[in-house]
Structure formats: C-alpha cells, structure tokens
Design a protein around this ligand. Sequence first.
Ligand code: SF4
Length: 349
Amino acid sequence: MPDIAHSIRARLLAWYDLNARTLPWRIAPGAGDRPDAYRVWLSEVMLQQTTVPHATPYFLEFLRRWPSVTALAAAEDGEVMAAWAGLGYYARARNLLACARAVKAQHDGVFPDTESGLLALPGVGAYTAAAVAAIAFDRAANVVDGNVERVMARLYAVEAPTPAAKPELKALAGALVQEDRPGDWAQALMDLGAVICRPRAPLCDRCPLSQSCTAFAAGAAETYPRKTKKADRPHRHGAAFLLLRGDRVALIRRPPKGLLGGMLALPSTEWRADPFSRAEVELAAPIQATWRSCGEIEHVFTHFSLALQVWRAETDEEIDGIFWAGRSRLDGLPSVFLKAARAGLDRLV
Ligand code: SF4
C-alpha cells in the first residue's frame, strides 16, 4: 500500500477514535467487542433509505418487539409491514422477513460471518453483505455507499460523472481497505461522509483528510461527485376512497407484489399519467355512494410523485374484501394513505 494510502488510513482512524458517532447499533471503537450482526444488518437495511435520526426510533422499536433474528423470523408479515410504515419502500421489509427466516431455517438463527455467506441470503445485496461482514465480523470488505462514493470522488477529484464513475469509486475505496480494523475503517468512512464530507457545505477545515484531498486543494470540493443531468421525476395521478361505516374506516390489503405490496391501504384507483375525471372516480369506487371530494394530496415516492384525489362517503353495507378498522389503525398505514385518510377526515371541498 503506497505511503499516501497509509497516511489517509492512519489519519482517518485516529479521527474516528475520537469522533465516532454514538449510534444504538454500534459499539464504540476500542471497546474490544463486535456489535451483534442482527443489529448491524437491521440498521443497514433501514439506513439504505433514510437518515440516522429518522431510522433510530424504528430501529429501537424493531429491537423491542423482535430482539433477535429468530424473533423477527417468527413475526407475522402484516405486523412487520405495519412497523415498517414510514420507512418507505416496502419491498425491503418483505426482504427483511425473507432474510430473517432464511437465517433461522438455514443457519440455526446465526448470521453467516463471511461476505459471500451473507450475500447468499435473500434480499441481501452487495452493500449490506459488505457492511455486515466488516462491522459485525471484522472482515476486510469494501463497504461503499453514497457517502463513501462522495468522499472518494472528492479525495481523488474523479471527473467521470455518477453513475458511470461507480466502479472507479469502488476501486479507489477498495485500495484503502486493509485487514487491520476493517469494521472501524468502514464506519470511519461512513461517519466522515455523514458528518464532515457532507453533500453540501463540507467541513473541509475540520477534515482529517484535507491535506490529501485533491478537490479541496482545487477549492472545488462541492463540485464533486460530478453529476449527469437527471431526468425529471415523473408525475402520476390517482384517487383514494375514504369510506366510513360509523367510526370505522374501510381498508383493503394491497396485492403482494408491486409498490406498497401486502400493505393495508385505503381503496384506490391505479396511478397513471392523466388525472381521473369524476365519472372515472365513481366507476372505480368500492361501492356506489354519494362520494364527496376532499381535495388532493401530494406524495413523493422514490421514482415518481403522485397527486392523489381523496373522496369520502358513508355506508352501512358489508363489502367483500374490506376490513373495517378503527381510526387508531390508520397510523400504521403507508404514509401516502395516512395523508389521504387525514385529508378525508379533516376536510370536505
Ligand atoms: Fe471531503 Fe473536504 Fe475532506 Fe476533501 S477535505 S474529503 S472534500 S471534507
């Protein structure tokens, strides 16, 4: 390993020893122990789609309800889906369960301790396998997420735009991985990217790597990673139905595949490019009734944004395929439907 790489490693690990973030799934550097693989895995899956402050209460609640991977494996799908609501992207929650069940059934409830063993688990991708191998088992795995890519792009002033630059950024990160303290190294890079080498306004004057950083030397830290122009996020339209029977609300379970698959939800139309007319809404409604408009809510998903009309009606009929839920159950709905239910309960246009 060249001297410059040695120097980068030594400075970043020394910085980490003093500045490591305190996180509920983490064991502090120098504590002489490794964190539990279940905690590391759970936190990494959650953090792939949200921030530490947002993920932390979910993480603690999951641990309280399912303190081990075998406990999670035995959980009911619907309960895990409801506990996941608010973290978005429910395919991850389904994969989480599939993985927990595979660890229980195929590995006696003990996570494999190698990157390749972890990668063979359902729903575990290259990033999660590397992160768990490094952090929980101190394997010399190359853990590369968006934070690490950003640090590499700046440190070496990589001119290729993302995503084309990804293999180059991964190779640059890999050249810094060593058998010595690989778990701490992975977390040190994550912390540097999260706290110092931030996407906007990086704190270069507090960075332990500034003397080796090409982008900083050029006074251009924030211009890296270079970006290709993104296509605009597509916009879709739909309608959701708030049907009340007394103080109960009609919910359905969405089909297992697709967006929000398997989740409880308000009945709704498909989501498409054109807005729905009133006649189309009435045709798509779960029953014929006097449907009244409660306006529209906006929701942004990862790959598109949605304008969702909200319609409300009352009934005293029983309807096939409908669950009648108390209002307290609404808090467990995916955010988009919780927003729609609130709009339906609060306002009539
Ligand atoms: Fe990032 Fe600035 Fe540190 Fe370079 S000097 S790694 S740009 S924080």
